[in-house]
Design a binder for this molecule. Structure first.
Ligand SMILES: Nc1ncnc2c1ncn2[C@@H]1O[C@H](COP(=O)(O)OP(=O)(O)O)[C@@H](O)[C@H]1O
Ligand SMILES: O=P(O)(O)OC[C@H]1O[C@](O)(COP(=O)(O)O)[C@@H](O)[C@@H]1O
Ligand SMILES: [Mg+2]
Length: 322
């Protein structure tokens, strides 16, 4: 057996399903004869040595909980060459020979740097944004989408009752995936994403007025966080159409809640595979979904990939929500 002790941390924005990944990592490592240290608050906890020994029961009763039992953070100090060196020194002091990092693209960059500083890492994509270019899927995305759909369905009830227009902002940072899929699922008349430029008159007002002529009286417009400006947009729509318009930012509620089956299952498989890679002496890898399968890639290669946007699906959405 190549490694005796590994650490596991969650980093960046929390995502439902992170706990299932932590559970799989801990159980796989422990049953393979390794010691496991839970590192609290991501790289921040690594800098301060905030760790605890995990046993099989440390991860009981967490698979159905949102958030992360390890807590998470965004660490400015770690994001410096000195910070990475300090974290690597702390790993050596604690006897941590490898780390499983569960987080998004930012956390992957941190893992690449830690591997470079002599501590082998393997990453698992955990973020509600689905913005990890190398993976078709990130843990947390399914739960966040379903939460957002549930909330927009509620908005629709009141929007319909008042013959209004609702402009809803969903998360996703610079990625439009959450907005695209939620937009389709709620039948939004307009979906605005950072990947597709839009014209206010043609893509919003003309579309609304066309559907109005065919009898439509209420409207849902889904806007990705990366486009933003929903309050101003709502004012402009009301001014141009005379339709009473309200803006809603769904915000951090999208990050919480019990993970869906998909997030629990993908996280579990990824957690298992991450530990098996470390066990076999392979590091600087990221576990990803490609062509529907859970596989692994080199982190540096993975980080160089460009995220494709599903324009075909976007065009379909426009054709049917009219
Ligand atoms: N280029 C980088 N080099 C080293 N560490 C980084 C880098 N980018 C981000 N990190 C670390 O990873 C943490 C999480 O990244 P962030 O982008 O906030 O979330 P996520 O991993 O979910 O995308 C940051 O707070 C920072 O400590
Ligand atoms: O929680 P914070 O720090 O306010 O950050 C909000 C950001 O975090 C996210 O919820 C998740 O992003 P990350 O997974 O990259 O951390 C984004 O959708 C959003 O832009
Ligand atoms: Mg991110």
């Amino acid at each position: 057996m190549s490694m005796k002790k590994i650490g596991v941390l969650t980093s960046g924005g929390d995502a439902p399903g992170m706990n299932a990944a932590v559970r799989a990592v801990a159980r796989t490592a422990l049953t393979s004869g390794m010691e496991v240290l839970g590192i609290r608050r991501g790289y921040q906890g690594l800098l301060s040595g905030d760790v605890f020994e995990m046993d099989l029961r440390s991860v009981s009763d967490i698979i159905h909980h949102g958030g992360t039992m390890l807590y998470t953070a965004r660490s400015k100090e770690y994001n410096t060459p000195e910070g990475v060196q300090k974290a690597a020194d702390m790993c050596r002091k604690l006897g941590i020979e490898g780390v499983v990092v569960i987080g998004g693209d930012g956390s992957f960059r941190g893992a690449r740097d830690l591997t470079g500083a002599g501590i082998p890492c393997v990453c698992i994509p955990g973020t509600i944004d689905n913005d990890v270019a190398s993976s078709e899927y990130t843990v947390g995305f399914d739960t966040a989408m379903n939460t957002a759909v549930d909330m927009v369905d509620r908005l629709r009830d009141t929007t319909e009752s008042h013959d209004r227009c609702s402009v809803v902002e969903v998360m996703g940072r610079r990625c439009g995936d959450l907005a695209l899929l939620v937009g389709i699922a709620v039948g939004a008349t307009v979906i605005l994403v950072p990947e597709v430029p839009f014209d206010f008159q043609k893509d919003i007002i003309d579309r609304m007025q066309f559907t109005q002529k065919t009898g439509k009286k209420h409207f849902i417009i889904v806007v990705a966080e990366g486009v933003g400006g929903v309050t101003e947009l709502a004012h402009k729509i009301e001014e141009s159409t005379g339709i009473e318009t309200r803006a809603t930012v769904l915000g951090h509620v999208q990050r919480g809640g019990s993970p869906t089956l998909r997030d629990r299952v993908v996280a579990s498989e990824m957690g298992y595979k991450a530990v098996k890679l470390l066990e076999s002496g392979r590091s600087n890898r990221v576990i990803v979904v490609r062509e529907g399968k859970v596989v692994d890639l080199d982190i540096t290669e993975a980080l160089a990939m460009k995220r494709p946007f599903n324009k075909e699906l976007y065009d379909i959405a426009l054709k049917i929500s009219i």
